[in-house]
Structure formats: structure tokens, C-alpha cells
Design a binder for this molecule. Structure first.
Ligand SMILES: [Zn+2]
Length: 189
């Protein structure tokens, strides 16, 4: 989930933009024509937005803190700027709306999901107040959307700067566990 890397320079702890590269590779290998990058790290996916700005075959969606890094934002296909201190209920309602818009405007054939741990309430940089249960519901919301529309999902870790590092690890582990459940349900269809 190295979403701050640009085409010609790194930024914000990111050297190469893995999501943008993966999207283009999947297209080159003819596995998916229309790819959506769903970026739920707290920070805007500015590098991703910049790299794919003139590419109508990749839809960039970023939910991020309005008052957080990067302070000069790029334009994604859909940007949702969120206030400091947002909690589970408002976040989840906003995410539902954003995914509905994504489906309506683009109907992707592949999702690349950046599952940042930094929206967690214990994060030093995130400024959001999502609980562990809220983050589980976030992941489930993405997976349920993908299942409903039969869209394969690739999941990446992203940012996480917990005051307690164990908590950041727990958020990422939770995402991996839920992705495993989603994969099992997917193959059982
Ligand atoms: Zn981040």
C-alpha cells in the first residue's frame, strides 16, 4: 500500500507505487480491464491519484483525513475528505456511499484494497477514532461489496503508527483473518 510514491519520486515512506504497478500489470496480463484502487488508509493516495490521473481504466477511490498528510492533495476519481475524530458509524456510512458510487460510475473487474491500520483510535498520526470492531466492519463492508458484485480483491497492508505497536499489528491481522474468511466464502459459492 505504498500510495504516496509518484511516477518519478518517492514520498511519505513509499518508494514505488505497488497498487498502480499491480493494476497496470493485471491489465497487461489481460486479467482485468477495469481496476479500482480502494484506498482506506488515513492519508490520501496522492501518488496513486497522480500516476493514474489520465487513465480511465483505473478508478482511484480515497477516503482520508482532510487535515492530514499530504497537505497538498491530488485529485482521485473519487475523494472523500473526512473530519478529524470521525468514528465508526459515520465512517461506515460514508464508505457504503463511496462504494455505491464506485459501482455506479465504474463497475470494476478487480479491486485493490489498501487496508490501512491508521484509522484506528490508538494511532499516533491518524486523527480518526475507529474501534477494532469498526475496522472489522470496514473490511467486511469492502468484502461484502466485492462478493455482491463478484469482484476479486487483492488486499495490501498500509499505514499504521499505533502508540502501542501490538494494536497496529492486531488491526492488520484482523484484516488478514477477515480476508481469509472472505476467500473461503468466495470459493464456496
Ligand atoms: Zn497512512
Amino acid at each position: 500500500g505504498t500510495h504516496h510514491a509518484y511516477a518519478d519520486h518517492g514520498a511519505g515512506f513509499c518508494v514505488f507505487n505497488d497498487a498502480a504497478i499491480a493494476a497496470r500489470l493485471m491489465q497487461a496480463e489481460r486479467r482485468a480491464a477495469r481496476v479500482a484502487i480502494v484506498d482506506l488508509d488515513v492519508h490520501q493516495g496522492n501518488g496513486t491519484a497522480s500516476i493514474l490521473a489520465r487513465d480511465d481504466s483505473v478508478f482511484t477511490l480515497s477516503l482520508h483525513g482532510e487535515n492530514n498528510y499530504p497537505f497538498e492533495k491530488e485529485q482521485s476519481d473519487l475523494d472523500v475528505a473526512l473530519p478529524d475524530g470521525i468514528g465508526d458509524a459515520d465512517y461506515l456510512a460514508t464508505l457504503q456511499g463511496a462504494l455505491a458510487t464506485l459501482q455506479q460510475r465504474f463497475a470494476p473487474q478487480l479491486l485493490i484494497y489498501l487496508a490501512g491500520a491508521d484509522p484506528h483510535e490508538g494511532d499516533r498520526l491518524g486523527k480518526m477514532k475507529l474501534s477494532m470492531a469498526g475496522l472489522a466492519a470496514r473490511d467486511e463492508t469492502v468484502f461484502a461489496y466485492a462478493r455482491e458484485h463478484k469482484i476479486p480483491v487483492a488486499v495490501t497492508m498500509a499505514g499504521g503508527y499505533g502508540r502501542d505497536i501490538e494494536q497496529t499489528v492486531a488491526v492488520h491481522l484482523q484484516t488478514i483473518r477477515l480476508a481469509g474468511l472472505h476467500a473461503a466464502r468466495w470459493s464456496a459459492r
